[in-house]
Design a binder for this molecule. Sequence first.
Ligand code: PLP
Length: 405
Amino acid sequence: PGKWHSVPLAPPDSIFKLTAAYKDDPFPQKINLGVGAYRDDDNKPWVLPVVKKATERLLTDPELDHEYLPITGLPSFTSAAARLILGPDSPAIKRGHVTSVQTISGTGANHLGGLFLSRFYKWSNEKKIYLSDPTWVNHFAIFRNVGIEPLTYPYYDPKTIGLAFDLFLETLSNLPERSVIVLHACAHNPTGVDPTREQWAQIAELFLKKGHYAFFDCAYQGFASGDLDNDAWAVREFVKKEVPLLVCQSFAKNAGLYGERIGALHVVAPTDEAAARVKSQLSVLSRSEISNPPAHGARLVSLILNDAELFADWKRDISTMANRIIDMRKELYRLLTDELKTPGNWDHIVNQIGMFSFTGITPEQSQALTEKAHIYLTQNGRISMAGLNSHNIRYFAESLDKAVR
Ligand code: PLP
């Protein structure tokens, strides 16, 4: 036995395992619906035209160097990122209540936000965080890593393939006061089910009444509806109502910068003086973990957010991605209901939002899709709409039709 004989072998990550199985499959009509990354109509990764333009500007900048960024990140990036999510006229920003730190994409923002709360939140008893059931699976490990126990609250109702709103509210109102609760800002992963604006407003009221802390995870701003402001509505409503909160922000999906690991953590504090103290501690934490964040993605996003022409280009690219996905939803719905007369109700396909759709099929049916039709998806029936395109959608609809009959 070697030195590390006591190290147990960990199972491979299920999504990455799915992609590996897909790659190994020689079947020509195979489809990968597991991946959480945008693909164009030819199933290719898409470099946003605005990112190409911004990259050119960067590369031709004679002043460009490779010095360290400040510990809390590129200031022109973090301040523009805060305005993007909280709104250009946000009173919280104007009063200096917002602290923003550059992070290793959305994952790093979740981690730093969790670490900060673990150290400094006034926990009433044990450190517990409440996650929607279901949620992005990585949430569990991220919070456990920083000594916070993840628990879940009801969110999704399999019967309606929609939001279990009453049960969700009731559960939140029965939690201890000042509980910390993770909310997906828009395009809930994995269900694609979001509260309506009226429901969000009710949720915010409940947070205020109970003194709960909102841990917003925003990985899809703009990607959900195609409109950056629309997708930031819930976060801004909570800020307006002065619910204590933080926001984790990712530019992986909406700027197609997955591998550049560019994101931010924004903490909204009650005063400018509290914000300064929060920032000082976030800086200490970040220093011990990454010293300084990576520069390339921050420079690209900073250019895009701070230049009117590039910002307009970006909005166009975002609506290209969002609209392609919305079109795929409509087409899948049309094929299932009008053409194939597939048994069951498929309204949720067009009602859900963002990259993912919870189809409502059983694990057995998911497995049959993989084994018989070479269509790769997670066992819970979640499909990435980005994996569908005009060439494969009919094959997918026909295979789904067969699987549920
Ligand atoms: N949060 C949610 C809900 C997500 O779906 C994702 C990505 O899938 C992330 C955070 C983090 O992504 P990244 O670290 O690539 O920004």
